[in-house]
Design a protein around this ligand. Structure first.
Ligand SMILES: Cc1cc2nc3c(=O)[nH]c(=O)nc-3n(C[C@H](O)[C@H](O)[C@H](O)COP(=O)(O)OP(=O)(O)OC[C@H]3O[C@@H](n4cnc5c(N)ncnc54)[C@H](O)[C@@H]3O)c2cc1C
Length: 366
């Protein structure tokens, strides 16, 4: 089932894998070589490199190291027409024709089946610091995100949790999670002789109006407790609503305070629980609409419409990492103009003339 790691080439910082390899298994194979592959979706233990490529997956580390599209050099694939193709090269530079590698990444399996990937690896940093910053309210935390991203030291994780996420995380065994209006989970990596200066720069930017506390996780166990609570959030939402609608909208980082304010306003206007957390350093927020009964499910439809309208108005887009699939397909014309959508349909027809690959996904009917 295409689960082989074909090659790990540390000198050239590449790995060649089949698409069925689990993300977590690849990271485990790379760690003893002091390397990693940057995409680290929270589902790493379960998801495949092929799925990561199809969805252009990212994770907490994307804020410093990029998402899947930034970390794949070459692909082998079979188009819907049955053509076997190779694109890209095992080099970190390349200017040879159209960039089909980056076209296939994020195409959600609608153009070709990926059969082999040449991945760009990154050396593991020698050291890491993890900080927990709590704020009086979500607006103060969102403003801190913009300040942190405006200074030169890029954190390797900058996660945002709103007050409801914190309550939920505590209820599901997250003793490391404080009571607060919002929290940022910050990580800085680098070499041991410079890491403390880097941490100080990020910590200084995290300080400002509305900060309650800024703590350094002192032990490995404390770091793991914070991340375990963050990972538990997504499944925990189902205890509030089995019909949760999990959006992963994205806006320019400086607009994050306005996006958070818009979700608050939508929750009030539509009388609906909305819980927000996510990869704030990329402006990527998981906005979870949690209808508990039929009336709320109906109101959630209007709230969703309002959310996408707000995101587009703020210069953002529909999905930061989960993709479009069927659920968001009909919103595509809000984000992509008609002429561009037509070009996308023409590309789809060229790769997959009979429409056999993930039919109906991603592109709305003309
Ligand atoms: C609990 C949880 C947490 C998550 N956290 C994150 C996160 O932090 N960041 C993030 O980006 N995503 C996250 N996700 C969603 C994420 O995109 C997926 O987990 C992952 O990237 C998809 O991989 P998969 O193997 O599960 O793919 P699947 O769900 O099996 O497939 C996804 C799509 O990829 C296509 N596909 C699969 N293999 C190939 C191939 N070889 N060639 C062409 N198309 C292919 C499929 O047809 C399908 O359309 C999360 C999901 C869950 C359930």
């Amino acid at each position: 089932r295409m689960q082989r790691i074909i090659d790990i080439d540390v000198d050239n910082r590449i790995a060649v894998v089949e698409p069925g390899v689990l993300n977590g298994d690849l990271q485990a194979a790379l760690a003893p070589r002091r390397m990693f592959w940057a995409p680290d979706p929270t589902s790493a233990a379960l998801c495949t490199i092929g799925g990561n490529i199809a969805c252009n997956a990212g994770g907490p580390r994307a804020v410093k190291y990029g998402a899947t599209r930034d970390n794949v050099l070459a692909l082998r694939a079979v188009s819907g027409a049955g053509a076997s193709l190779r694109c890209g090269s095992a080099t970190t530079k390349g200017a040879t024709g159209y960039d089909l590698t980056h076209l296939l990444i994020g195409s959600e399996g609608t153009l070709a089946i990926v059969t082999e990937a040449t991945l760009k690896l990154t050396p593991l940093a020698g050291d890491k610091r993890t900080l927990r910053a709590t704020y009086r309210d979500v607006a103060a935390a969102a403003r801190a995100v913009a300040r942190i991203m405006a200074q030169p030291v890029a954190p390797c994780a900058l996660e945002f949790l709103d007050d409801e996420s914190l309550r939920l995380a505590r209820a599901h065994g997250g003793e490391a999670i404080p009571v607060a209006g919002a929290m940022l989970l910050l990580e800085v990596d680098g070499e041991t002789d410079s890491i403390d200066a880097a941490m100080q720069a990020v910590a200084q930017a995290a300080q400002g109006e509305g900060l309650i506390d800024l703590d350094l996780a002192a032990t490995g166990a404390q770091v793991e407790a914070l991340w375990a609570a963050r990972r538990a959030l997504s499944p925990a939402l189902r205890t509030i609503s089995p019909h949760k609608i999990n959006e992963d909208v994205v806006v320019p980082v400086s607009r994050l305070p306005a996006l958070v304010a818009a979700t608050r306003e939508l929750a009030q206007r539509h009388r609906l629980p909305i819980v927000c957390f996510g990869h704030a350093g990329n402006g990527n927020l998981h906005v979870n609409l949690l209808p508990r009964d039929d009336a709320e499910r109906e109101r959630a439809v209007a709230a969703l419409d309002g959310l996408f309208a707000a995101v587009i108005e703020l210069g953002g887009t529909l999905s930061g990492e989960h993709g479009i699939g069927l659920a968001k397909r009909d919103f595509m014309p809000r984000a992509i103009d008609a002429a561009t959508l037509d070009l996308m349909r023409a590309i789809k027809a060229q790769f997959d003339p009979a429409g056999i690959l993930n039919p109906g996904k991603l592109l709305p009917a003309a």
